[in-house]
Design a protein around this ligand. Sequence first.
Ligand SMILES: Cc1ncc(COP(=O)(O)O)c(C=O)c1O
Length: 390
Amino acid sequence: MKSLSYGRQWIDEDDIAEVVNVLKGDWLSQGPTVQLFEASLAEYIGVRETVVFSSGTAALHGAVAAAGLREGDGMLTTSMTFAATANAALYMGAEPVFTDISRDTLCMDPIEAKIKLSKSPRKIKAILPVSFAGYPFDIEPFRAMAGEYGAVLIEDACHSLGGVRGLRDGKPRKVGRDADMTAFSFHPVKHITTGEGGAVATDDAEYARRLRLFRNHGITRSAGEFEEEAEGPWHNEMRMLGFNYRLSDIQCALGLSQLRRLSMFIAKRRELAEMYRSMFAGLEGVCLPPSLEGHAWHLFPIRVGAEIRAALFAHLTENDIRPQVHYIPVPMHPYYKKRFGYKKGDFPEAERYYESALSLPLYPSMERADVEKVVSCIESFFGEIGRGRQ
Ligand SMILES: Cc1ncc(COP(=O)(O)O)c(C=O)c1O
């Protein structure tokens, strides 16, 4: 039997056939499947443009570059995220300014964000909250702050493709429509995969143009953008320093095929999260993650006592269940501590959360029996330490 890991891809025969089709064709990269995937993704989210990248990290790098972040600027972000979120600022010579998280959402705390914005000695050029675990936090306060402080709002939605906001107000909007730019990841544990891959969604044509330029060495082939007179049909111009952050047609074929099943993937994730929630009811010692209609449920992070978390992790692993811990708060990594002087206690909510967090298996091909196995394994652990069900 396959071990249950905290996340995994779901590849079917259609996915394989679509990839093989591209492999047999003329374009392995920079071909029509890239444009098709971008157009389909934009349609799914409900934005004018998406620009695909070779990873979510590259997508974030592209977004901060398009936002104009440069040396000396600040970028407000959350301490409870993957390092790639904050690293995006460093790539530009800018500095991440971290906030603690709100206990209710596990996402950036808007009250602290406001304080950090008003006190920052640096110009905060971008605000970059993360919809942690897939939770579609209320983005309005951050939009207001971005407006007030002249910052660009970039959502790191690497956990929340397919999430929906505004359901309570009867104005449903897919995650990806509310920020100036929104970054996604297509890593195998994410909602859809291209192996490695990512995208930025935006309604702004100028951001999309900059993103495309950045993804391709900073080189343009559009005659309308040339600064100098074209010397022939081969003419192209490097206009800025960019990277090769392209996603291949092979990967986009997989992405397109996966996208067709995204609604089903999300529905399954929501069903599984509900199963966990009802099966854990009454089990003292397990604190469930915040839930909200429209949640994309990338992760199912429970909290247990910090003193038993490592033992529970080991107990699950011994039973062929592979949980994960998301995340060591970014400023607590040695690199950040050494470079910026952060120390234990600087982000109390995020640190407390990290000490007790455990992400349980959650991926769409899981079945009820898998959820039962995880829950009963946790129950047996609590039974052994004398903290069984009431
Ligand atoms: C919140 C967050 N941001 C950014 C990334 C980077 O995405 P990628 O792995 O596709 O580079 C990840 C990846 O796990 C992530 O979880």
